[in-house]
Design a binder for this molecule. Structure first.
Ligand SMILES: *[C@@H]1O[C@H](CO)[C@@H](O)[C@H](O)[C@H]1NC(C)=O
Ligand SMILES: *[C@@H]1O[C@H](CO)[C@@H](O)[C@H](O)[C@H]1NC(C)=O
Ligand SMILES: *[C@@H]1O[C@H](CO)[C@@H](O)[C@H](O)[C@H]1NC(C)=O
Ligand SMILES: *[C@@H]1O[C@H](CO)[C@@H](O)[C@H](O)[C@H]1NC(C)=O
Ligand SMILES: *[C@@H]1O[C@H](CO)[C@@H](O)[C@H](O)[C@H]1NC(C)=O
Ligand SMILES: *[C@@H]1O[C@H](CO)[C@@H](O)[C@H](O)[C@H]1NC(C)=O
Ligand SMILES: *[C@@H]1O[C@H](CO)[C@@H](O)[C@H](O)[C@H]1NC(C)=O
Length: 392
């Protein structure tokens, strides 16, 4: 609380050092003006490209460098006081930049954790932002999000109530629709990504474990949404390099993307992640060589407020490497994920992975949607994550 207050009190100061009385002139992307000075804390910054390889492109009779990730290292100016670094992994629709500041110009999670004494690494996942991916020349990029998806699923679900819990969504800054300067700043950060998730998963698994081994200290990974696929792939490949896996509203659901609130499966669902939690093979025990060897069963009744889930048939194959890494998921009380994150938790548990699941509503944190790390109470939620880290 004390820290939040000090940030707000600092206010916007103009380039001449005067406190600007007209806050609306520094709202959203308008803060780019030279008149609006930064509210950021002092941070030491370095950047690197990690992973990837040369790939021969016959069309050019030459090679390109591909599948590397952009890594930003943010350090407390006086050095880290926490022994374990944090690695932030974005979902891919905003790039890793989303961890830096919020669309309404407040402190982001990256600098919050630097302020708590952590060494922070932020990546852009392969194919997104400043990171690369070999697209085999013909594979098209796909859009990140439309205005409708962003408004209805992320920033203003309360306006159309696509699932019952949406009525309680109150934490997005601004009105959450097109034309609002915070919404516009958020939409402007949505950039295209690859439509080949197979290539993306394979390159992220390799580059991610390369990065972790170069960091050299067991690291906590903090991911959001679809970005939660990558800590699982890394846990599967290099579990000893990961101190804990912290997942904000992970994935969509095992084997399925749920869309809107239709419980008619042809309308409200589509197949995704053939290997359950990923499109590519995980180290299941007994092993599989093709995702189609996983046998599934639908559990639970499907209602808009609590969706049914795909699980494995019994006896379920286990995920022994992923089980080595402490895992926690956090879910907002008014997010679409509150209707289906139990599917991911139940799937992990069935595969022998112990989990913590923090439903924010259960600990008195109300009103959050899917982008909870950017919402008005984002630092209150960051403190929940900090506490979990210190206890593990
Ligand atoms: C504040 O800034 C906005 C945007 O630049 C401008 O439209 C408005 O007139 C300003 N208000 C005052 C009182 O200066
Ligand atoms: C499903 O979502 C639509 C908006 O997309 C809403 O009008 C409708 O009431 C919702 N149905 C249920 C059962 O929640
Ligand atoms: C909205 O939040 C209140 C307070 O937590 C809760 O009692 C209520 O069940 C919620 N409504 C829905 C539809 O989830
Ligand atoms: C949100 O604010 C913008 C800008 O003032 C306005 O254009 C838009 O109509 C508002 N949306 C709603 C749902 O009130
Ligand atoms: C997608 O990526 C995989 C892995 O790199 C590759 O084998 C496959 O050919 C790619 N698909 C297309 C359509 O390019
Ligand atoms: C995996 O199995 C499916 C269904 O049997 C088949 O269509 C597909 O070709 C197989 N994939 C590989 C890589 O063998
Ligand atoms: C939602 O459904 C699952 C089964 O899919 C069940 O275990 C869980 O208790 C249900 N949650 C609520 C809040 O009803």
């Amino acid at each position: 609380m004390k820290m939040i207050a000090s940030i707000l009190l600092r206010g916007f100061t103009s380039a001449r050092g005067l406190v600007a009385s007209n806050y609306s002139s520094c709202v959203g992307t308008k803060a780019v003006s030279a008149e609006c000075s930064s509210r950021e804390i002092p941070i030491a910054r370095d950047y690197f490209y990690v992973g990837g390889q040369y790939v021969y492109e016959s069309a050019y009779s030459s090679s390109i460098y591909s599948d590397q990730i952009y890594v930003e290292k943010l350090s407390p100016p006086q050095g880290a006081s926490q022994s374990s670094p944090l690695l932030f992994v974005n979902a891919g629709v905003p790039s890793g930049a989303a961890w830096l500041n919020t669309p309404d110009g407040r402190q982001g999670w990256a600098s919050y954790f630097v302020e708590q004494g952590y060494l922070v690494y932020i990546v852009d996942i392969t194919s997104v932002g400043r990171s690369s991916q070999d697209e085999k020349a013909i594979y098209p990029m796909k859009i990140a999000s439309t205005v409708e998806i962003t408004e209805n699923d992320y920033t203003a679900p309360e306006l159309i109530v696509p699932y019952p819990q949406a009525v309680n969504h109150t934490q997005w800054p601004g009105n959450g629709t097109k034309g609002d300067p915070y919404f516009d700043a958020f939409m402007a950060a949505m950039i295209p990504l690859t439509s080949n998730s197979t290539a993306q998963e394979l390159s992220m698994k390799l580059a991610g474990c390369t990065l972790l081994s170069m960091i050299g200290e067991p690291t906590y990974i903090v991911s959001h949404s679809a970005g939660a696929t990558y800590p699982l792939l890394m846990s599967d490949r290099c579990p000893d390099l990961i101190k804990g896996s912290i997942n904000l509203e992970p994935g969509n659901t095992p084997f399925q993307n749920l869309v809107g609130n239709s419980t008619v499966s042809a309308v409200g669902r589509s197949s995704a992640r053939a290997c359950g939690l990923s499109a590519t093979l995980l180290g299941y025990d007994p092993p599989i060589t093709n995702c189609s060897q996983l046998e599934t069963i639908v559990i639970g009744s499907d209602t808009p407020g609590n969706r049914s889930c795909y699980m494995q048939t019994s006896p379920a194959r286990q995920l022994p490497n992923i089980a080595k890494v402490p895992y926690v998921a956090l879910t907002g009380a008014a997010s679409p994920h509150i209707t289906y994150d139990h599917c991911t938790i139940d799937y992990l548990n069935q595969a022998g992975v112990a989990t913590d699941w923090i439903k924010l509503g259960d600990i008195g944190i109300e009103g959050n949607g899917h982008f909870l790390y950017l919402e008005k109470n984002s630092l209150e939620i960051a403190a929940v994550v900090d506490r979990w880290i210190r206890e593990h």
